[in-house]
Ligand binder design. Structure first.
Ligand code: SAM
Length: 261
């Protein structure tokens, strides 16, 4: 049975479905607009616990899933949303033991999923040019991953324009504004047959990337495709069963290439 321990992260969900990510510290109190919760009432109790705040609000405490964690963790840069991360993992075909290059690390959301996918036999090497984002990502990642995954991760506060120190990557993913400027650097360290993904938020960026590919890289890269994911949540209230009124309409595009030998 999974029991909450001091130092764990817990997700509290109130009666309206609002979510709060909290760190379990002995003798601490979680205060919100519907009262207080004594953290000592959570420590030592099992996952899925039902508790009541000092103002009578009913809450549930779960161990957060990685998706819940990345949506609630502190951000430096904007994260890639889980719906896109899921597709990036499948399009890149990230496997246990893979060696993956990433830039930029941002808040570390994608890095966390890549780490899980490569496992303890793999390696994720991630570059971030901004020191504050690099430090934020380090904290976010350390708070969530199990200690045995620490050796699978190398985070560097480094600008990709300075080059890549490591070699022989199976996979690479670029989530930065102008990936077309760095194709030569990434290709130099990607294995033949290796997969490269670029995550972009605007159509003009895709256009620039594809123009660069067509002009200078069609002999060294094979285009797999350009992808966009739409996710629509549904709701049931009484007799009404319909799509949710609000939707995250646009997040980004994923462009995938494979390296030719
Ligand atoms: C949108 S964020 C990445 C978010 C990240 N994928 C996540 O899920 O948390 C883009 C990041 O790329 C970084 N970046 C931009 N250009 C870079 C470069 N040349 N080298 C390294 N990092 C770079 C930015 O500082 C920013 O933190």
């Amino acid at each position: 049975m999974s029991v909450f321990k001091e130092g764990d992260t817990a997700l509290l969900i109130d009666s309206k479905g609002r979510k709060y990510l909290i760190y379990l510290k002995k003798d601490a109190i979680f205060s919100f607009h519907r009262g207080n919760v004594q953290i000592n009432d959570i420590i030592g109790k099992p996952d899925g616990l039902k508790i009541t705040s000092s103002m009578g609000e009913k809450l549930i405490a779960f161990r957060p899933t990685l998706e819940e964690y990345i949506l609630k963790m502190k951000r430096g840069a904007q994260i890639i949303y889980p719906k896109d991360i899921s597709r990036i993992l499948t399009l890149l075909d990230v496997f246990p033991g893979a060696k993956v290059f990433e830039a930029g690390t941002g808040s570390g959301a994608l890095t966390l999923y890549l780490l899980r996918a490569v496992g303890t036999a793999g390696k994720v090497i991630s570059y971030e040019k901004r020191e504050d984002f690099h430090e934020r990502a380090k904290i976010n990642i350390e708070k969530f991953i199990s200690p045995d995954l620490k050796d699978a991760l190398i985070l560097k506060n480094k600008d990709l324009s300075e080059g890549i120190d490591e070699i022989d990557f199976d996979r690479a993913i670029l989530d930065l504004t102008e990936p077309w400027l760095f194709l030569d650097k990434v290709l130099a360290v990607l294995k033949p047959g290796g997969i490269l993904g670029c995550y972009l938020t605007t159509v003009l960026q895709i256009y620039s990337l594809m123009e660069e590919f067509e002009k200078n890289y069609s002999d060294t890269l094979y285009k797999i495709g350009i992808f966009e994911l739409l996710e629509r949540k549904w709701e049931k209230e009484g007799l009404s069963l319909r799509p949710a009124l609000r939707m995250v309409a646009h997040t980004g595009f994923i462009v995938i290439f494979r390296k030719l030998s």
